[in-house]
Design a protein around this ligand. Structure first.
Ligand SMILES: [Zn+2]
Ligand SMILES: [Zn+2]
Length: 276
């Protein structure tokens, strides 16, 4: 193609194509060029560890044996959580983990668009127009430090996709989180009394979809669910992009077995950023 022809082609290119030429869409995990926005490259897609049945009917932890759709894990049998269900799209490892890290710490906020369809896919029974999508809040110091709440961006995109309503400031984190690795008891103590509902009239009588990026021990979402139920929510379901799976947990579905290499070290890394 002659230079003149090339210049003419560029001149009459639709703006979108021109934009892709200058800033081509890249895989959110490994940054290779891909053929569309909000898509993983084929290698990263193949490395994603989808979470699928058999799961605990309540907390969604993958189970070793399929005991039927109503089976509960030992933890939920011993102490039923305040939420009805918790589901995550992926194991917190590999590309699913890279996405979270660049989303939160690389200021790549557009990644919420990539996450929303996966949240919808992982949801139990879908999302209705009557559901209220509520993000896990950040303490104001953390919000000031980061400049945005990643869960609120995810909630906005999920509401847009599903047609549900969202209330981004329904909850407040009134106690800042402690940084650093914590065991289960410390995580629970860390979030005890940390959350409150801003306006009970917004929550009372509603089905709440609580959104967060990663579920580690489940202490954070359980504490939020407790506050929501106290404020009169009829039901709370939790949706997260990824979930930490410890050594000894079993992951069924694609790439089973590899998850165990990504254990509490990552959970601690996640918690060091102040969540659980
Ligand atoms: Zn990739
Ligand atoms: Zn469970």
């Amino acid at each position: 193609m002659s230079n003149g022809k090339r210049a003419a082609t560029v001149l009459f290119m639709p703006l979108r194509q021109l934009f892709d030429l200058v800033l081509p869409p890249r895989c959110p995990s490994c940054r290779v060029i891909v053929d569309g926005d909000d898509r993983f490259c084929s290698a990263c897609y193949a490395a994603l560890q989808f979470i699928s049945a058999p799961l605990c009917a309540c907390c969604g932890i993958p189970l070793v044996h399929d005991g039927g759709p109503d089976t509960l894990c030992g933890g939920c049998l011993a102490e039923p959580p305040n939420y009805a269900t918790a589901r995550a799209a992926f194991v917190y490892a590999g590309p699913a983990r890279s996405v979270v890290l660049s989303f939160k710490h690389g200021d790549r906020q557009h990644l919420a668009r990539l996450m929303a369809p996966h949240l919808l896919r992982a949801s139990v029974g879908g999302i209705t127009a009557d559901s209220l999508v509520v993000p896990v809040p950040l303490h104001r110091w953390r919000l000031w430090e980061r400049g945005f709440n990643q869960a609120a961006l995810m909630a906005t995109q999920l509401a847009r996709l599903s047609g549900a309503k969202t209330c981004l400031d329904a909850m407040q984190r009134v106690k800042p989180s402690r940084k650093g690795p914590m065991d289960r008891a410390a995580r629970r103590k860390n979030v005890a009394g940390a959350f409150r509902v801003r306006d009970k009239s917004v929550i009372a009588g509603r089905h709440i979809l609580l959104i967060d990026d990663v579920m580690t021990s489940g202490a954070t979402v359980a504490a939020c669910a407790r506050a929501l139920k106290r404020a009169g929510a009829t039901r709370v379901d939790v949706l997260t992009w990824a979930r930490a799976v410890r050594v000894g947990d079993d992951v069924s579905g694609r790439n089973a077995g590899r998850s165990a290499t990504h254990d509490s070290r990552e959970a601690d890394e996640k918690d060091s950023y102040g969540q659980g």
